[in-house]
Design a protein around this ligand. Structure first.
Ligand SMILES: NC(=O)c1ccc[n+]([C@@H]2O[C@H](COP(=O)([O-])OP(=O)(O)OC[C@H]3O[C@@H](n4cnc5c(N)ncnc54)[C@H](OP(=O)(O)O)[C@@H]3O)[C@@H](O)[C@H]2O)c1
Length: 344
């Protein structure tokens, strides 16, 4: 059993407005011991996702995080002690964990705990080669299906999911336009992700820029945020256009929820299609996507952009960065160093 304290962020108060430090409480306690059917893991990397706020609001019986317990999170971790048959001390794993140094997990949940595949760095297992990359890959390849020369537009394009989706679509031969907030994000999209155009929604007229960059309309819109940008894309959908509903970040914290898209009738006029997806629908095909994405990463054909906050004490700030649009790339938090010899 490791010596020392277990530093933890507890979920103290459910949000009734913007999430802030007041929703959490810092505490230190003994490192827990796993019971039968459990294991103790040391968290290395925490993943941040806008939907965590939905789980903070929801009651446990609706799938929400319990009050007074360590805040939930996907994480890459190392097994310290295991009373589960498939995991041994030293294994690197990813799955559902908590904002704390050490967590006791049973390996079951919305995401079952899995071993990090050999040769993959733990931070990639909760980023480009984790749920983030999986939903981006399958959302493009299976739902949006952009063909060569088609126009593909993605919102929150410099975020975790958007940055991978944009590059996958480019490799499929699409003309890719990203919508993102801020110069730094747009520069990265053009210069590092090598997409065809970027629209800065903080300082540009998005409608006018879409008209300029997509003069013949949009074949595929990959949506991470919903709200007004979804309506702008729907209005420009080409015949047989597709809208991939991956996320709706603009709506997660707003109550009552604003009405849905105004321009959905465009789907009728163009024989269009809107289709949602969940990453876990494709769980059985994750190895295929990991293999393809890793090949592209290793060959330098795509880049994994990560926004790393260092130190467990900064976890609330890391979550708030998503809603401030401050993250460039996948928002991660490094809790502890990976063990020596681990792929990085
Ligand atoms: N379907 C699935 O299985 C699945 C799995 C994983 C994630 N998702 C969803 O995919 C989406 C992207 O997730 P991610 O982890 O990659 O997050 P992310 O896009 O890296 O981070 C959130 C970004 O959303 C934008 N944003 C924040 N607040 C907004 C608002 N009020 N209105 C409009 N835009 C806002 C900001 O980007 P800009 O300022 O640059 O626009 C911000 O940087 C989320 O909606 C997430 O829930 C779905």
């Amino acid at each position: 059993m490791p010596e020392g304290k277990n530093r933890r962020w507890l979920l103290e108060k459910r949000p009734d407005g913007p999430v802030g430090p007041h929703n959490f409480r810092w505490t230190e306690s003994e490192v827990p011991a796993p019971g039968e059917g459990q294991m103790l893991v040391r968290n290395l990397w925490l993943s941040f996702d806008p939907t965590q706020v939905l789980n903070m609001v929801a009651a446990p019986e609706e799938g929400g995080y319990p009050l007074g317990e360590a805040m939930g999170s996907l994480a890459a971790s190392q097994v310290v002690e295991s009373r589960l048959p498939h995991f041994r001390p030293g294994d690197l794993v990813y799955g559902f964990s908590h904002w704390e140094d050490y967590s006791v997990v049973d390996g079951k949940g919305y995401w079952d705990t899995a071993t990090v595949p050999p040769g993959i760095a733990p931070h990639l297992a909760v980023g480009a080669l984790g749920i983030t990359g999986m939903v981006a890959y399958f959302g493009v390849v299976e739902v949006g299906r952009p063909g060569p020369g088609e126009t593909f537009v993605v919102s929150a394009a410099a975020g975790g999911v958007g940055s991978i989706a944009a590059q996958v679509a480019r490799l499929l031969g699409a003309r890719v336009i990203g919508i993102a907030g801020g110069q730094e994000k747009c520069d990265w999209l053009r210069d590092e992700a090598h997409i065809d155009g970027a629209i800065d929604h903080r300082r540009e007229d998005v409608a006018a820029r879409l008209d300029a960059l997509c003069p013949n309309g949009i074949d595929v819109f990959f949506d991470n945020v919903a709200g007004p940008v979804l309506d702008l894309a729907l209005a420009r959908l080409r015949p047989h256009g597709r809208v991939v509903l991956c996320g709706s970040t603009s709506r997660y914290r707003v109550t009552p929820r604003p009405p849905g898209p105004q321009n959905y009738s465009r789907l009728i006029m163009v024989n269009g299609r809107m289709e949602g997806l969940l990453a876990r629908d494709y769980f059985d095909r994750f190895p295929e996507a990991i293999s393809v994405l890793k090949g592209w990463l290793d060959a330098g054909k795509i880049r994994s952009k990560e926004d790393v906050v260092v130190g467990l004490e900064h976890a609330p700030e890391a979550l708030m960065r998503l809603y401030a649009g401050a993250n460039v790339g996948k928002q991660l938090l490094k809790v502890a160093d990976a063990p020596p010899g681990t792929s990085t």
